[in-house]
Design a protein around this ligand. Structure first.
Ligand code: GDP
Ligand code: ZN
Length: 341
């Protein structure tokens, strides 16, 4: 009897030893990296150029890249982040993340706000004669740019499709946004010489291209980065409905200087995480006037001595912009977003 009991205990011990061995064998690479601490190289600066969940690609030096693990205690890093990393045996390990100049987020399919790009300094708002453009959408992107302190640039693509019928529409677009102080360029992805001024404005910046599907964002990126395979519109749209879209952000270098962060999620990010104060702050010419409304909490609806209403009557602000402002404010009530931070 006693002998049998002993042997059961032994069996149990052997089993548990075996189990421990197996667990060690399938230890995560992160664990390996932690145990490699003594052999890790010196700290170096780098930038996240692609994100794969538990691992990232880091660019360092003269556009060299290395796959890195993330320290378990590190706050989430995002494509575009500037980080400090150390070389391991095969891969590296990201040690820390530097403060961000900007952070753009969008909600995932559960309505949870997810960061998609860090340190973006230029938002290129792309429109075209086809598909039909809406100034409301331009204004939405301008708000995002303004409140994140990111330079906006309005890009009219498909210049070859501007003709006698739609010429005045694009002249008006150019005029109204230039008057507000925004840079407006007219280009064609199919004519690389038309992109010269854009190429200059890309240098020294991390940009993102946004705008409706079909305006030619992928085509422009392809012309500016000829040796890079870029996903076409259809595919991007299909992917953006999946829940892992935010992991696909990638940072590219333009051939003539500057970088671009791109992903389906970025192309379609919007205004979800804003409140009314953010929106008015994003309409620069309206915001300048609000301090002269009679009531500090003026909703610019029906209050007396509303500076916006007066400016509208005098024609000093554009009716289109005021209407778009109202529409955006109204649309904020429709969306409820949980912040992940
Ligand atoms: P995205 O959805 O914004 O990325 O747009 P795509 O780059 O996929 O382009 C949508 C369609 O517009 C494609 O059929 C392109 O060939 C076409 N396209 C892009 N740029 C131009 C342009 O400058 N002129 C013309 N005529 N078509 C263009
Ligand atoms: Zn007012």
């Amino acid at each position: 009897m006693a002998k049998r009991k002993l042997s059961q205990n032994q069996t149990r011990r052997i089993r548990s030893k075996q189990q421990a061995k197996n667990e060690k064998a399938i230890a995560t690479p992160e664990t390996d990296i932690e145990s490699e601490d003594d052999t890790l190289g010196a700290e170096q600066e780098g930038r996240v150029v692609a994100h794969y969940g538990t691992q990232v690609d880091i660019e360092f030096g003269d556009q060299k890249t290395i796959r890195c693990f993330l320290r378990a205690n590190l706050a989430p890093v995002i494509t575009g982040d500037r980080i400090v990393w150390r070389q391991g045996k095969d891969k590296g390990v990201v040690e820390s993340c530097q403060p961000r100049k900007s952070l753009l987020s969008r909600p995932d399919s559960y309505g949870k706000l997810k960061p998609v790009a860090a340190n973006v300094d230029q938002i290129i708002i792309t429109v075209a004669p086809q598909p039909e453009f809406f100034t409301n959408l331009i204004d939405r992107y301008l708000v995002v740019a303004e409140i994140n302190n990111i330079k906006p640039l309005i890009l009219i693509n498909k210049a070859d499709l501007i003709n006698e019928t739609n010429q005045s529409e694009f002249d008006n677009l150019q005029k109204s946004y230039s008057t507000l102080g925004y840079r407006v360029l007219t280009v064609s992805a199919k004519d690389s010489t038309s992109l010269d001024e854009l190429k200059d404005l890309l240098k020294g910046n991390t940009s993102i291209l946004v705008g409706q599907s079909g305006v030619g964002k992928s085509s422009i990126l392809q012309t500016l980065i000829p040796d890079k395979e870029i996903e076409i519109g259809e595919l991007s749209n299909a992917k953006s409905k999946g829940r892992h879209t935010t992991t696909h952000s990638q940072l590219f270098h333009f051939s003539d200087g500057g970088e671009c962060i791109d992903s389906p999620g970025i192309r379609e990010f919007g205004l979800w995480n804003l409140n009314a104060a953010d929106v008015i702050a994003g309409f620069v010419e309206l915001h300048d006037l609000t301090s002269t409304c009679k009531f500090r909490d003026c909703s610019h609806e029906n209050e007396p001595k509303c500076a916006l209403k007066e400016a509208l009557e005098n024609g000093t602000i554009s009716e289109q912009r005021f209407t778009n402002y109202k529409r955006i404010i109204a649309s904020l009530d429709d969306v409820q977003i949980q912040s992940s931070q």
